[in-house]
Write a protein that binds this ligand. Structure first.
Ligand code: ZN
Ligand code: ZN
Length: 180
């Protein structure tokens, strides 16, 4: 968890307002339960996180069998989600985390049902975001010189890997893409 900058806090607050408003419209929980999400502190994951897009952190010692929103220490979003091109997916991730904060600990059938009530586009961009992060973090692109396919990776291929599409041996090219 990292402390958000002032700019990040402004974006986080705006996303929060949007999501809480939407949750009231959906009517997932009664108003006072939803209002109890409001004071939860929002923060950001480390910039180099690639596995997780958001996380709900409960205070140590909270009763796991009866989690309350007051037991939530922070909800963290990946900092790259705060860029406007990802806001539709960011709202969905925040919605997902708020479902956890309301005491739904596991991704069980009930959780997935609630998750599917989210009425906006962007909910299905998780894989795209993962790819985007992977590409950002990649030092190397394994390049197929036949079909021009690129595989972003942290390590060199060193001639050990073939293109999935055409089986040509991949060559290492430095990933010079500007991180943004
Ligand atoms: Zn989750
Ligand atoms: Zn190829």
């Amino acid at each position: 968890m990292a402390k958000p900058s002032k700019e990040q806090s402004i974006v986080l607050d705006r996303l929060k307002d949007d999501v809480l408003e939407q949750m009231k419209t959906i009517g997932i929980e009664n108003e006072s339960r939803l209002n109890s999400l409001n004071p939860i502190r929002l923060a950001v994951l480390r910039r180099n996180a690639t596995q997780r897009h958001g996380v709900t952190r409960f205070r140590r010692g909270a009763n796991a069998l009866e989690l309350k929103t007051a037991d939530v220490e922070t909800v963290d979003l990946h900092p790259m989600l705060l860029h406007s091109s990802w806001h539709d997916y960011a709202r969905f991730v925040l919605y997902h985390e708020y479902l956890h904060a309301l005491g739904n600990r596991f991704h069980d059938a009930t959780f997935r049902r609630l998750e599917q009530l989210w009425p906006h586009e962007g909910a299905d961009r998780g894989r795209e975001f993962t790819q985007f992060l992977r590409k950002r973090m990649a030092t190397w692109l394994w390049l197929c010189t036949t079909c021009d396919k690129k595989y972003p990776r942290k390590r060199r291929a060193n001639g050990r890997f073939r293109c999935r599409a055409c089986s040509t041996i991949l060559v290492d090219v430095m990933n010079t893409q500007e991180a943004n």
